[in-house]
Design a protein around this ligand. Structure first.
Ligand SMILES: NC(=O)c1ccc[n+]([C@@H]2O[C@H](COP(=O)([O-])OP(=O)(O)OC[C@H]3O[C@@H](n4cnc5c(N)ncnc54)[C@H](OP(=O)(O)O)[C@@H]3O)[C@@H](O)[C@H]2O)c1
Length: 256
């Protein structure tokens, strides 16, 4: 993906990685449209960052996706990049009957059906653009399981596989599939996560991500150094240790 001159819609950018990426992409010379449910934040972003457009969208609701997609395309006919960023991460205990199903279903609806429905809503438009990108958002947890969040991990593994498969299907078209694979990053994704000293500071994550996008316009998976410990456990042959470290059963080796 080229780093400037795009028109980029990021549903799920009222806070965290989405907002930080939106601001940096605007600085880099892109028209950015920020989406999310919290209208107070959307209004604040529009006031504080002239030039950014905003739209209310609930990506867990297919009708909201359809109407927001029509509105974004009508306001920005040059739209050529969509980043289905919206996600939720909630703890579940599957050993407690009755205690997790609602959370699991909500997680699949937002983290998996959301991106699928967004891609479905924008694919025809993107295919008609000379140069377009769908930037999916998985996670290091697509590759190694965190005990507390079974459905979250599963949805992110699904997003990775979806991205790999869509890359094959869109080969030869104008649409490129790029997957962001964030490590643990300090945001409000879970309570206390923004203060977690083991998570990567948000600014550092965005700096490194922007550097990778600039240096490698043809990159297919955006992997900052910090995510490679989780990403390549299987390939290195130390996946059991990765899972143990991730779940706090062993201290992380200094080299990782
Ligand atoms: N932080 C990490 O450690 C980490 C690691 C790997 C992957 N990720 C992924 O990065 C993405 C962004 O997360 P974050 O860490 O930046 O967390 P965050 O600060 O909580 O941001 C989540 C964003 O998603 C939006 N969102 C959630 N549900 C939505 C819905 N139904 N409709 C529309 N927007 C919705 C939120 O906006 P509204 O509440 O305004 O709707 C918010 O803008 C997620 O997909 C997450 O899984 C994060």
């Amino acid at each position: 993906m080229r780093i400037n001159g795009n028109t980029i819609f990021i549903p799920g950018a009222t806070s965290g990685i989405g907002l930080a990426l939106a601001l940096r992409l605007q600085d880099a010379g892109n028209q950015v449209i920020v989406g999310g449910r919290r209208t107070a934040l959307l209004n604040e972003i529009a006031v504080q960052h002239p030039g950014i457009d905003t739209i209310r969208i609930d990506t867990s609701d297919s009708a909201s996706i359809a109407s927001a997609a029509a509105e974004v395309i009508s306001r920005h006919p040059d739209l050529n990049v969509v980043v289905p960023m919206a996600g939720i991460m909630r703890a579940e205990d599957w050993t407690m009957p009755g205690g997790f199903l609602e959370t699991a279903e909500a997680t699949v609806t937002t983290n998996l059906f959301g991106p699928i429905r967004l891609i479905a809503a924008f694919a025809e438009h993107l295919l008609a653009q000379p140069d377009a990108t769908i930037m999916t958002v998985s996670s290091g947890l697509a590759f190694a399981p965190l005990r507390f969040t079974p459905t979250y991990n599963a949805t992110k593994a699904a997003i990775h596989q979806l991205s790999e498969t869509l890359r094959l299907q869109f080969e030869g078209t104008s649409v490129h599939i790029v997957e962001l694979v964030p490590p643990s990053v300090q945001t409000d994704l879970m309570p206390g996560h923004a203060e977690d000293p083991n998570a990567m500071p948000l600014d550092d994550y965005i700096d490194e991500t922007m550097r990778l996008l600039e240096a490698q316009p043809d990159v297919t998976e955006v992997q900052v150094e910090r995510v490679k410990f989780l990403r390549y456990g299987e390939a290195r042959g130390d996946q059991a240790q990765v899972i143990a470290v991730l779940n706090g059963r062993e201290s992380e080796p200094a080299a990782s």
